[in-house]
Every structure is written in structure tokens, then in C-alpha cells.
Design a protein around this ligand. Structure first.
Ligand SMILES: C[S@@+](CC[C@H](N)C(=O)[O-])C[C@H]1O[C@@H](n2cnc3c(N)ncnc32)[C@H](O)[C@@H]1O
Length: 241
């Protein structure tokens, strides 16, 4: 049976991410935040998943709202003290302004169409405070090319076996992650995740069209400018004055 992305992957997400250093990653985001915002800043996370990053970011920034399109991801987090909203990041049902908007871990690559990416930037423009900051990372083609042949990994977590097959289609610039998740009880589901690998110039262009300017574009996890060999980029944007 095929189910939508993260419907069942949410059950094994912590196992899938077991080697990801969220502490280090959140310190990097906090490093960016500290340059621009105060401790009482209003913080909004897009595509917060099961709040792994939120748990660390909210140690410092208490005024936090986390959003994600997947109800399964949001509800699999036990951070019930934090405000959660289930929504598409390119259609934000929000009226309040935020000083710091961020998204982590390739989540923006789930936006498959330029039209939707432009809509996302326009939505962020509307809810960003005048001197607010929007930061997010994206996966670049150099990262996907490593997986262009397709490789499969297997793991076990919490009573579930799961396999992940990675494949990059250079023609349509879609990176596919196919997961097969089976439970000891005999159930078996498949999820196919698609991520668009945009040319880096697309982000600059669409952001500008939405009224945002790119303050910095770093090689992810550093404060150095992104390079042609970079596998990930970290954007820092604000409203054009
Ligand atoms: C790789 S996970 C990252 C989750 C979290 N940021 C983390 O670091 O663990 C990608 C997340 O993006 C969410 N997502 C995908 N498309 C989305 C959309 N259009 N709007 C909001 N969230 C979306 C998924 O539901 C998933 O939780």
C-alpha cells in the first residue's frame, strides 16, 4: 500500500535520523539567530517535523511556533507544551508577525514547483517583521549527484523494518527517496518522497520577486559564502527596504 510522505515514516523518523547531529545543527541556526534577534523574539519554524530542532531552539527562544504539513509528524512529537500548526508552508494561515522564521533539513526542497516556491517567499514576506530574518537550508545538485545511481539502506526501529532507496533524476532535477516500512505484525507500506533540486540562482530570483533580499548565502554549517562545489546552501534573507 502506498501512503503519503511521512504518514508512516513519522513512526521511524527518530531511527532514520539517528546519525544526524541536531545539537550541532541547532547551534548553527542559533549562531545565525544571535546575529539578528533578541531572546524574546517571535520565532516560527516551517516544516518542523517532529520538533527535533524545536526542542533545542526553544531552550533559548521560548516564543516559538512550529508548523508542518504532516499531521503524523507533528503528532508524533511529544512536545505538547509548544505551539504546533499543521499547514503547508506555502499557504500559511497566520496573521502575527515573526522576527525569525527558519526551516531546516532540506524541507524547502519538498516544494516541487517554482510557482509554489514563489508563493512560499511571498507568504514569508507577509508574516516577517520589518527587520525580521528568514533562514533555511537547501540541498544542491552536488549532493544529489552522489546518489544518482540509486542505493538502498536498511534499518530497524521501534518494531519496524525500513528500507530507503535514493535516486536522483538529473533530467527533471527530482531527488527521489523511496521508503518501504514494514512492521513485525506483517503490515507493509511504501512512501515516495520527491524533492526538487533547484539551481541556486532560482532561490535568489524568486525571493527578490517576493520582496526579499538575500543577506547571505553560506555553505551550510559554515559562515563562508557558498561555492560551486557546495552540497548545501544556507540562505539568510530579509525584507527589501
Ligand atoms: C526532512 S523532514 C525535516 C523535518 C525537520 N525540519 C527536521 O529537521 O527534522 C522534512 C519535513 O518537511 C515537511 N514538509 C514537506 N512539504 C511541506 C510543505 N509544503 N509545508 C510544510 N511542511 C512540509 C515534511 O512533512 C517533513 O516533516
Amino acid at each position: 500500500m502506498k501512503v503519503k510522505p511521512y504518514e508512516k515514516l513519522s513512526l521511524v523518523y527518530n531511527g532514520l535520523m539517528k546519525n544526524v547531529d541536531y545539537k550541532n545543527w541547532s547551534n548553527y541556526i542559533l549562531g545565525i539567530a544571535e546575529e539578528y534577534i533578541e531572546d524574546r523574539a517571535r520565532v516560527l519554524e516551517l516544516a518542523a517535523g517532529n520538533f527535533k530542532m524545536a526542542e533545542l531552539i526553544t531552550r533559548k527562544y521560548k516564543n516559538y511556533v512550529g508548523t508542518d504539513i504532516s499531521f503524523s509528524m507533528l503528532s508524533s512529537s511529544n512536545h505538547n507544551n509548544l505551539k504546533k500548526i499543521c499547514c503547508d508552508m506555502s499557504e500559511l494561515p497566520l496573521k502575527e508577525k515573526y522576527d525569525f522564521v527558519f526551516s531546516a533539513f532540506d524541507s524547502i526542497n519538498y516544494i516541487l514547483k517554482q510557482k509554489s516556491l514563489l508563493k512560499l517567499f511571498k507568504e514569508v514576506y507577509l508574516i516577517l517583521a520589518d527587520d525580521g530574518i528568514f533562514t533555511f537550508d537547501v540541498s544542491l545538485e552536488n549532493n544529489s549527484i552522489k546518489f544518482s545511481i540509486g542505493n538502498t539502506t536498511e534499518d530497524y526501529y521501534n518494531g519496524f523494518y525500513f528500507t530507503r532507496t535514493n535516486k536522483y533524476n538529473k533530467r527533471n532535477k527530482i531527488h527521489y527517496n523511496s521508503f518501504i516500512i514494514s512492521h513485525d505484525s506483517g503490515s507493509k507500506v511504501k512512501e515516495v518522497h520527491k524533492q526538487k533540486i533547484y539551481d541556486i540562482r532560482t532561490y535568489f530570483k524568486l525571493a527578490e520577486e517576493a520582496g526579499l533580499i538575500t543577506e547571505a548565502c553560506y555553505e551550510c554549517f559554515t559562515f563562508n559564502d557558498v561555492k560551486p562545489e557546495s552540497e548545501r546552501a544556507q540562505f539568510v534573507m530579509k525584507k527589501a527596504s
